[in-house]
Structure formats: structure tokens, C-alpha cells
Design a protein around this ligand. Structure first.
Ligand SMILES: Cc1cc2nc3c(=O)[nH]c(=O)nc-3n(C[C@H](O)[C@H](O)[C@H](O)COP(=O)(O)OP(=O)(O)OC[C@H]3O[C@@H](n4cnc5c(N)ncnc54)[C@H](O)[C@@H]3O)c2cc1C
Length: 448
């Protein structure tokens, strides 16, 4: 099994010569790039995935592993449902146990106002046929009989799932390779290859790859590359800390979150824990530019995002990160192969203590490892999945806003269809690139 967190110290699983051309070049070997490549290869197209570091080295291995419909934006619910249909099929096809479990997801309310937000979401989601229920205080107590805390109620989706991300995405990459996708790690894309206003491939640190279509699934790095080509999306990334406990008694098989912490059971007998609703934003040039776009989010949840004056060197929005480079320059992408932020250890200690206080029967909650990831986000909390009208040949799939793992195979399937000029199968208007430029007010998605 892959040592975690995935870093440059992990030997690449996918290496070899770089093809000169492919039908489709995919930038980024996270869950979005990998599942896109899988569905493209299965459709008979030649596809190359170019990953600057390691498959799933960034967010796609560092996340909580929740696969949820609960709390999703109206535009995303049917896609998350499609993903939940795809997950068991994929789990049966990969060469590794990804620990896919239908343990459900519960949100535990702090107060009546939060219960009101849960009820609003259920009203919007009901037409899609979700299994979500509103629980009262007794319902939550029945769900979590070992909890010392009593919550006024909750939102509960028994059909939601979980899987172990750091095992899952590398396994999906091997499945894509088996289907014919060529995957190359340690291969940064420096620039898009643009001829007469059309994208004709990519320029990598190892040479050019010509391609009829290019998919950008670069997670936290997408906006840096796009801005270099004149497309300025207000994408930022925030540091999110998570941790793994030692093996502990079973108090709940699913994922749950309240106002202090999030937890979910792991197959190794421990829990993945995280401080709830706490992210850290490093202020850099992009953050300054995008400030007013994010203001409504900051006002709505002032305690949710802590501002830090500057990102560590080499981060996508660090003050010293290059914004202009040429095909011959070492690009910011290869200067940071795997974005590996340090976890916030104060939050790690507080979260472990909150878990122990919530479930006194667990005894001391010992943390075996802690890590962080940079979550890429957009002001309206939904991604961009769209062809770039400004650069024909380019499809952008980024800004998964903290929920790209679970919905990943759904978007992967859709992006593969879009690239082939086939119908997406869902209304994609919510994920338009032009929403940032057409002067209309953005409609924020649910921050649930
Ligand atoms: C702590 C944490 C908890 C989370 N919890 C959940 C959860 O429970 N459920 C959920 O659904 N989601 C969760 N998420 C969010 C989820 O992990 C992301 O939305 C998802 O992984 C994004 O996938 P991606 O493929 O778009 O990006 P990434 O996984 O970030 O992959 C992008 C890849 O592109 C590569 N790349 C970028 N630029 C270049 C370039 N120029 N050349 C070559 N390669 C490049 C990067 O190295 C990277 O590997 C969480 C995230 C974090 C950090």
C-alpha cells in the first residue's frame, strides 16, 4: 500500500516515454483527471494524463473520503447521485479494496437556525429522490447512542458513502492505465500549446504533446496556468487540516460533523478527524484580487476562514510565485511537485480532545498522523466544468470546492462525454466558465 501522505519520496507508479500525440491530454492526476481519462480510454480515445508530482499526491489523497449527496448544490445533486451509482461498479473493477462503505453521512445541528438551513436543503433536494431525513434530538441520540453530547437535531442521509482516498485514486489510475490511458508522473505541463488561437496540445517539462483536446484538472494550480493564458478565474485555495487516530472502538460507521469536529470510521479501525468549518487562507495576489467576490462567504461564516499573511514559498498564490514564464523556463508547477502543507497542530490537539469529549467511551484519542491539503475553491462554491470559449480545444474542470472526491467519477464521466462532443447527460449551466465574466451576480451554493 502507498505510504501516506503521498510525496515525492513515493516512487512513481506510472513512468515511461512521453507520447508525441494523443486524442486528449489531461493535465492533473487527481480524481477528476484520472476518472476523465478512465472514461475517455473506455470510449476508445487515446489519452495521456500528465501529473507534475504523483497521482493523487494533493487533495485527492488527503481528503476525508466522504462520498455524499447530502448538502450538495442543486446543480450537483444528480451528478453526485450518478457518482454514487458509479462508485460500487468502480470498486468492483479496481485491483485494491478501496473500503467503499455505505455508512451514511450525518450533520449535527448547533441550533434551530441550522435546523432551518437543513430543512431548506431538504426542500430543494426532495425532487431528486434523495434518502435524506431530518432528525430531531431523539433521532440523533438513537443514531449516536454512545455520544455524551446532545444535539438539537440533524440531517441524515443513510445512502451516502465513504472510501479511503489515498488507496482509491491510485487504484482508479491503474484501472485507467489498464483501459489504455497513458499516465506520466513527474511530468509538469508548463504551458498550453496554442496555435492560431486554438489549443493544439501541451508543452511539458519533457517536451510537447500534441492533442486534439486538452482537459485542465489541475486542482489548486488551475488558475495559475489559466491566468498565464489570459483566463482569470477567481479560484483560491485554503489549507484544511485532517488527522488519523489509532484504532478505537466503533461508535459510528458513517461520517458525521457538528460545530466542533468531523469524523468518519476508517477500515483500519481508527477515525479520520478534522476540525469542522475551519480553513486557513494565505493572502497572496490572487486572494487580494478576488477579495470582493469572496466577501459574501466571509460575512456568512466569519469564523470559518482564518487569514494568514503569506503562503509558504512555492504555493500557488505565494507572493513570490512566478506569474509569467515561457516554455523554456522551469515553471511553478515543477518547483512544487506535491503541495504538502503542514497541518495546524493546535487544531489537531483540539480536534482530538473534542472527539474524546464527544465519545468518552473511546478513552484517550491518540493521533497517529496529521496532514493538510489545499482545497481549491470558487466564490459560489461550485466548480467550473466547461469548454473555454476563449481557447477552443480546452475544457476546464476545476474548483471542486471541498467535495470533488465523492462526485469525482460523475464529473469524470461527464467531462469525457463533453470532450467527445456528446451530451453531458445533466444540466451543466451551473458550472459555466462565463458566470465569472458576464456581469451577473453569482448565486452561492449551499455551504453545507
Ligand atoms: C482535508 C480535505 C478534506 C476533504 N474532504 C472531502 C470529502 O470528504 N469528500 C469530497 O468529496 N471531497 C473532499 N475534499 C475535496 C477533494 O479532495 C477535492 O475536491 C478533489 O480531490 C479535487 O480533485 P482534483 O482532481 O480536481 O484536484 P487534485 O486532487 O488537487 O489534483 C490536481 C492534480 O493536478 C496536478 N497538477 C496541477 N497543475 C499541473 C500541471 N501544470 N502539470 C501537471 N500536473 C499538474 C497536481 O499536482 C494535482 O495532483 C477534501 C479536501 C481536503 C484537502
Amino acid at each position: 500500500m502507498m505510504p501516506f501522505p503521498i510525496s515525492e519520496a513515493n516512487p512513481p507508479e506510472h513512468s515511461g516515454d512521453l507520447p508525441d500525440r494523443a486524442d486528449v491530454a489531461v493535465i492533473g492526476g487527481g480524481v477528476i483527471g484520472v476518472t476523465t481519462a478512465l472514461f475517455l480510454a473506455r470510449a476508445g480515445l487515446s489519452v495521456v494524463v500528465l501529473e507534475k508530482g504523483r497521482i493523487a499526491g494533493e487533495q485527492s489523497s488527503r481528503n476525508w473520503g466522504w462520498i455524499r449527496v447530502q448538502g450538495r448544490d442543486r446543480g450537483e445533486i444528480p451528478i453526485a447521485q450518478e457518482a454514487q451509482r458509479l462508485w460500487p461498479e468502480l470498486a468492483a473493477q479496481v485491483d485494491t479494496d478501496i473500503h467503499l462503505t455505505q455508512g451514511g453521512v450525518a450533520y449535527l445541528a448547533r441550533d434551530d437556525a441550522e435546523m432551518g438551513r437543513f430543512a431548506d436543503w431538504v426542500r430543494q433536494a426532495e425532487p431528486f429522490g434523495v434518502s435524506t431525513q431530518i432528525l430531531d434530538a431523539d433521532g440523533v441520540a438513537r443514531l449516536l447512542p454512545q455520544a455524551a453530547r446532545r444535539w438539537p437535531g440533524g440531517l441524515w442521509t443513510p445512502t451516502d458513502m465513504r472510501a479511503e482516498p489515498f488507496v482509491t485514486v491510485p487504484a482508479l489510475a491503474r484501472l485507467a492505465a489498464k483501459a489504455g490511458a497513458v499516465i506520466r508522473e513527474a511530468t509538469a505541463v508548463r504551458l498550453l500549446d496554442v496555435e492560431a488561437g486554438r489549443v493544439t496540445g501541451v508543452v511539458t517539462e519533457r517536451g510537447r504533446v500534441r492533442a486534439d483536446a486538452v482537459v485542465l484538472a489541475g486542482g489548486a494550480w488551475s488558475s495559475l496556468l489559466l491566468r498565464r493564458h489570459g483566463i482569470a478565474i477567481p479560484q483560491l485555495s485554503v489549507r484544511a487540516t485532517a488527522m488519523r487516530t489509532a484504532a478505537l472502538p466503533d461508535v459510528f460507521q458513517g461520517g458525521a460533523v457538528d460545530d466542533r469536529l468531523a469524523w468518519r470510521r476508517r477500515a483500519d479501525g481508527g477515525y479520520t478527524l478534522a476540525p469542522e468549518g475551519y480553513h486557513e487562507l494565505y493572502v497572496g495576489p490572487d486572494a487580494v484580487r478576488a477579495f470582493f467576490g469572496y466577501l459574501p462567504q466571509l460575512i456568512k461564516d466569519p469564523m470559518g476562514t482564518a487569514l494568514r499573511p503569506a503562503a509558504p514559498r512555492g504555493f500557488p498564490d505565494a507572493w513570490t510565485t512566478a506569474r509569467r514564464w515561457t516554455a523554456g523556463d522551469v515553471s511553478p508547477f515543477e518547483k512544487m511537485r506535491v503541495l504538502n502543507p503542514a497541518p495546524n497542530m493546535d487544531k489537531v490537539r483540539a480536534t482530538a480532545a473534542a472527539m474524546a469529549a464527544t465519545f468518552p467511551g473511546l478513552g484517550p484519542v491518540e493521533i497517529e498522523s496529521a496532514w493538510a491539503g489545499m482545497i481549491d475553491t470558487l466564490p459560489d462554491l461550485v466548480p467550473v466544468v466547461d469548454h473555454a470559449a476563449e481557447l477552443p480545444g480546452l475544457t476546464i474542470a476545476t474548483g471542486m470546492c471541498g467535495h470533488g472526491f465523492g462526485i469525482g467519477p460523475g464529473f469524470g464521466r461527464i467531462i469525457a462525454s463533453m470532450v467527445q462532443g456528446k451530451p453531458a447527460g445533466h444540466d451543466m449551466s451551473r458550472f459555466r466558465l462565463a458566470r465569472f465574466f458576464d456581469g451577473r451576480k453569482l448565486e452561492p451554493g449551499p455551504n453545507l
